[in-house]
Design a protein around this ligand. Structure first.
Ligand SMILES: C[S@@+](CC[C@H](N)C(=O)[O-])C[C@H]1O[C@@H](n2cnc3c(N)ncnc32)[C@H](O)[C@@H]1O
Length: 206
């Protein structure tokens, strides 16, 4: 973890939701330039493309959890996904996402709490760059699985914390509880400029 961009390091060092909100509000306007051109952040494209490759573009409404500035939504829209809703803790990031025009609804929400969304609302959910150091843990999968219809997919990127937060074990617990089938959990590139890789688990909701 040496030689990392100071902004990315600051994000990985976040200690509270309040701090996360403030840091991302401040970073929002520069985030895309920093992450894409500056760091070759490929996780949003890798995960969004994997979802569409597996589910097809006509899959129905998709929830982008921790949508940030909308990098995932832009890729999904470019692949002809028609309805995308986004959730994020940071209003600054949500404002950037709104400007992409890719989303139907954008809502400020905390992924560590129960979401104000009925069961089985979405055809799929995607969560990129948010299950990582200083952000949220695997507990978010409970709510993502709850709001996706049976047969739908939950796709996430998990960087750094797969071992430390026991993400594999957490997902196995969901398998044992009969809530998901774990279709794959392969390793992919995430932030090429920082040599960060991630796992992309694909959960099929039962
Ligand atoms: C690294 S960014 C990723 C954003 C986007 N998915 C992407 O890949 O560019 C992490 C995002 O998680 C959001 N976040 C952090 N903690 C959160 C929480 N508890 N609930 C909802 N969003 C959260 C931040 O506001 C930020 O937009």
């Amino acid at each position: 973890m040496t030689g990392r961009s100071p902004k990315l390091q600051r994000a990985y060092d976040l200690k509270s939701k309040e701090e996360a909100e403030a840091v991302y509000d401040e970073w929002a306007a520069e985030y895309d330039a920093d992450m894409l051109a500056g760091m070759d952040y490929v996780a949003p494209a890798n995960a969004a493309n994997r979802l569409v490759d597996l589910a097809g573009a006509d899959l129905g409404p998709v929830l982008d959890a921790g949508c940030g500035t909308g990098l995932v939504g832009k890729v999904l829209a470019s692949r002809s996904v028609a309805v995308i809703d986004g959730l994020d803790l940071s209003r600054g990031m949500l404002d950037q996402a709104r400007a992409t025009g890719a989303y139907r609804n954008l809502t400020k929400a905390d992924l560590t709490k129960r979401l104000d969304i009925p069961d089985n609302t979405y055809a799929a959910a995607i969560c990129v760059g948010t299950i990582t150091d200083g952000h949220v843990g695997p507990e978010v999968f409970d709510e993502l699985v709850r709001v996706v219809r049976p047969g739908g997919l939950v796709v996430a990127t998990v960087a750094h914390v797969w071992e430390s937060r026991k993400v594999g074990e957490y997902l196995n617990g969901l398998v044992e509880a009969g809530r998901i089938h774990l279709r794959e959990a392969d390793e992919w590139e995430s932030v090429n400029g920082e040599d960060v890789r991630c796992k992309i688990p694909v959960l099929e909701v039962r």
